[in-house]
Design a protein around this ligand. Structure first.
Ligand code: DX5
Ligand code: ZN
Length: 212
């Protein structure tokens, strides 16, 4: 029921193709895009998405941490993004960004920083494929999961039963069960998966399939 989306942010950047090959059982690969403005960090751009596209058929779940996502939708779609998620806190009109994603043919998601209320998504929820609930301030991997944002899952699930609800930030063996119990069906995990000796086994732990 629960899917794990390994986040490439915690992978070895000098060998991303090889890193992807360590998680063949993952249906989704989470790709974090940062602009140094919306968040105080820089990460991957469309060239990396494009370079990885012919290495795998896995779904590219691209998380846009951008102040102005609208202008980059076509370029990420062309590079091979399957899902495009942007933040409701961005400075573009969310309506415009959502329409651009839908026009591109990608699946549309919206993300919430830990302090943003789920009501901010009510005007868009019906048309979304997924919502990403951030359980850390976006920008860096390896942070500690905040529990309070998990409460938003219940609110969103009740109002929009069709939505995939993804938790992003600080998911590990200790916190994965909290996320599952809260009703998340996708868990993003960077550090936990890519820093594990056996990523496949780690993913089974996070899904709750093997005793830790
Ligand atoms: C943070 C990113 C996350 C990050 C999670 O801004 O959106 O996807 O990679 O990393 P971990 O799993 O290490 O907390
Ligand atoms: Zn992310």
């Amino acid at each position: 029921m629960v899917q794990i989306a390994p986040s490439l942010l915690a992978a070895d950047f000098s060998a991303l193709g090889r890193e992807i090959a360590r998680v063949p059982e993952a249906e989704l690969l989470h790709i974090d895009v940062m602009d140094g403005v919306f968040v105080p960090n820089l990460s991957m751009g469309p060239q990396i998405v494009e370079a990885l596209r012919d290495k795998t058929r896995q779904i590219f779940d691209v998380h846009l941490m951008l102040l102005h996502p609208a202008r980059y939708i076509p370029v990420f779609r062309k590079a091979g993004a399957d899902w495009l998620t942007f933040h409701v806190e961005c400075e573009d009109d969310p309506e415009e960004v959502l329409q651009a994603i839908q026009a591109s043919g990608a699946k549309a998601g919206m993300a919430l920083k830990p302090g943003t209320s789920p009501q901010a998504l009510f005007p868009y929820g019906e048309r979304l494929h997924s919502v990403t609930i951030m359980t850390v301030e976006p920008g860096f991997g390896g942070q500690v999961l905040q529990r309070e944002p998990l409460e938003k899952i219940r609110v969103l699930k009740e109002r929009f039963p069709h939505l995939h609800l993804e938790v992003d930030g600080g998911v590990n063996r200790e916190t994965a069960s909290l996320c599952r119990q809260a009703g998340a069906d996708i868990l993003v995990a960077g550090t936990a998966v890519f820093r594990a000796e056996n990523p496949g086994r780690e993913m089974a732990f996070l899904r709750g399939e093997s005793p830790a």
